[in-house]
Design a protein around this ligand. Structure first.
Ligand code: GTP
Ligand code: MG
Length: 333
């Protein structure tokens, strides 16, 4: 399955309704004046950020989205009904680009809206055009046309901390432990294919953690799940880099592989603060690997924690470190 956090779609607003050309006809009123009503306004196409959505998958299945046209005006000064706006729901953190790659909108808050195409203005009925010297106007003004455009949506989830590491490092187990997330956990690689978000509570404050799919060597060239999902980490404040010290692999080498892939992705990931986390320390014979990883972290000036998401050992201290990074007053965005 492909990781989907980008979609190209065609959106079209509604055209304005035509204005009506009509003259009043009533008993005993031989020459009624113009009474053609206005058309209705065309519907807008609006993007709206929604909590609870975390993928743009739906937009891969349905690519064309059209708002309703305005209805034409009618005689007796009756206006046409306005076209309904089309509200397209997208996850919080969705960026909207035009065909040339220019950012049109960045929906960072739940409920935030961006009107991407305005509906056409209504045509005015001939009732509007009567003048003393033109009492029987036989025309209506033309309605505004529908606007059609191609937009690219890109999702960059908004999280404070990104959990990164090799497949099976224990990232999803970690997010489940420290938040109410219910990420799928399994003892095979690439269990996580779409990032999971979790809200971590510390005292009366909270921050958001994103559990990322696993990275492997060559991810930057598309191996495994590739690294396109790493764009979600671009807006985090810091990364927690999880290394399984029970796997038998050299932890320092494991760390370097993932670090290399992060650097290949770029986008500022290479310079984010990193917390190095040795995971699964409840397993036997993990001391040497833990020490080696710790030595590496300290030699780089990086914070280090050794934890078990299974027993909870070390988790509280890690959460405080993450909170310190996530809730620091300096905004890196
Ligand atoms: N003993 C022990 N096992 C753990 C711990 N954390 C995770 N595991 C196990 O390690 C395996 C992988 O855990 P996941 O949380 O799915 O790992 P992940 O990093 O999210 O993996 P991907 O999504 O595939 O990248 C599962 O079998 C977990 O039960 C831990 O602290 N101790
Ligand atoms: Mg996972």
């Amino acid at each position: 399955m492909r990781f989907i956090d980008e979609a190209v779609i065609l959106v079209r607003s509604g055209s304005g309704g035509k204005g009506c050309v009509s003259f009043r006809r009533e008993k005993f009123v031989p020459k009624g004046g113009p009474d053609g009503g206005d058309g209705g306004r065309g519907g807008d196409v609006v993007f709206q950020a929604e909590l609870g959505l975390n993928t743009l998958l739906d937009y891969h299945f349905k690519r064309k989205h059209t708002a309703q046209d305005g209805a034409p005006g009618e005689g007796r000064r009756m206006s046409g009904r306005g076209g309904l706006d089309l509200v397209l729901k997208v996850p919080v953190g969705t960026l909207i680009f035009d065909e040339n790659g220019v950012v049109l909108g960045d929906l960072v808050a739940p409920g935030q809206q961006y009107v991407v195409c305005q509906g056409g203005h209504p045509g005015k009925g001939n009732q509007n055009f009567a003048l003393p010297w033109r009492q029987a106007p036989d025309f209506a003004s033309p309605p505004g046309p529908a606007v059609e455009m191609t937009v690219r949506l890109e999702l960059k989830l908004l999280a404070d901390i990104g959990l990164v590491g090799l497949p099976n490092a224990g990232k999803s187990t970690m997010i489940n432990r420290i938040s109410a997330a219910k990420a799928k956990v399994a003892d095979y690689p690439f269990t996580t294919i779409i990032p999971n978000l979790g809200m971590v509570q510390v005292g009366d404050r909270s921050f958001v953690v994103a559990d990322m799919p696993g990275l492997i060597e060559g991810a930057a060239e598309g191996v495994g799940l590739g690294i396109q999902f790493l764009r979600h980490c671009e807006r985090t404040r810091a990364l927690a880099h999880l290394v399984d010290v029970s796997s038998g692999l050299d932890p320092v080498e494991s760390f370097r592989v993932v670090e290399g892939e992060l650097a290949s992705h770029g986008g500022g990931l290479e310079s984010k603060p990193v917390v190095v986390v040795a995971t699964k320390i409840d397993m036997p014979d993990t001391q040497d690997a833990t020490d080696a990883l710790k030595a590496l972290a300290l030699s780089r000036g990086l914070k280090f924690h050794a934890v078990s998401a299974r027993t909870g050992e070390g988790i509280e201290a890690l959460v405080w470190t993450l909170a310190g990074l996530a809730l620091s007053p300096v905004d890196p965005l």
